[in-house]
Design a protein around this ligand. Structure first.
Ligand SMILES: [Ca+2]
Ligand SMILES: [Ca+2]
Ligand SMILES: [Ca+2]
Length: 247
């Protein structure tokens, strides 16, 4: 058998690159589209599955509101608990968010206002922003990064299209607030709630999430980067070797 040195180098390079890529790749640890059931990992409180109404089809082609989502009244906490996570150093959370009907935005002294969407990871707050669909003078603290906003203050159904009952939609998958969150524990608990001083009934204001998913990723060790660079360097050397050997 006549195996040339360049072939062996190429094989070694391939192994290096495959191993390095596997170390960097993220792993899906939870995903649901809420179309059939509420997964056992979720404690929903009074939240329930219901049709997405006018939200259907909003979002990029691979991540759209569809069929049903998990809808909650304000004041109710939805909890996602994950366990037996693989070894990781960062975590990514993704979901579509529906701000439904007359959410009242930031606190301004009116007890019905102060509708802040708060998300905690293992008890620590990772997101806290108000959302406003009702009167235009109300203040929404959340400023969506480019591409996140799918609809703003339009009629997407539920209580009604009246001036106080407009709706908004956001693709939180691409908000950097939810990407590369430092996390190493083998369990993770997410809490989602919209709170205010006085909670209003479901027919007045509510929220929903669809396509909820979590991935975890290791941070590449320095030796992984070295492995990648070594592999890429070998490819360069191989290219030159072939060039000269072809002459
Ligand atoms: Ca769905
Ligand atoms: Ca509405
Ligand atoms: Ca309110």
């Amino acid at each position: 058998m006549n195996i040339k040195l360049p072939s062996l180098c190429l094989l070694a390079t391939g192994i290096f690159l495959v191993e390095a890529t596997q170390v960097i790749a993220s792993t899906s640890v939870f995903s649901t589209n809420f179309d059939l059931t509420i997964p056992t990992e979720i404690s929903a409180g009074t939240a329930f599955l219901t049709g997405v109404e006018g939200y259907a089809g909003l979002g990029p082609s691979d991540n759209q509101f569809g069929d049903s989502f998990l809808r909650s009244q304000t004041g109710n906490t939805v909890t996602l608990t994950l366990s037996d996570l693989p070894v990781h150093q960062t975590l990514n959370l993704g979901f579509l968010f529906a701000a439904i009907d007359s959410l009242d935005g930031s606190s301004d002294g009116d007890p019905f206002h102060g509708d802040y969407f708060t998300i905690k990871l293992d008890g620590k707050q990772i997101f806290h922003e108000s959302f406003a669909n009702a009167a235009p003078e109300l203040i929404q603290s959340y400023v969506p990064p480019p591409g996140v906003e799918l609809a703003h203050r339009v009629d997407l159904g539920f209580t009604g299209p009246g001036s106080y009952y407009t709706d908004s939609a956001y693709n939180m998958d691409i908000d950097p607030a939810f990407q590369n969150i430092s996390h190493i524990a083998s369990t993770a608990t997410f809490e989602f709630v919209i709170g205010s001083e006085v909670y209003q009934e479901l027919a007045d204001e509510s929220w929903a999430i669809d396509n909820l998913h979590v991935t975890v990723s290791p941070i590449p060790e320095p030796e992984t980067y070295a492995m990648l660079l070594a592999g890429l360097g070998l490819i360069g050397v191989m290219g030159r070797f072939r060039k000269y050997s072809d002459v």
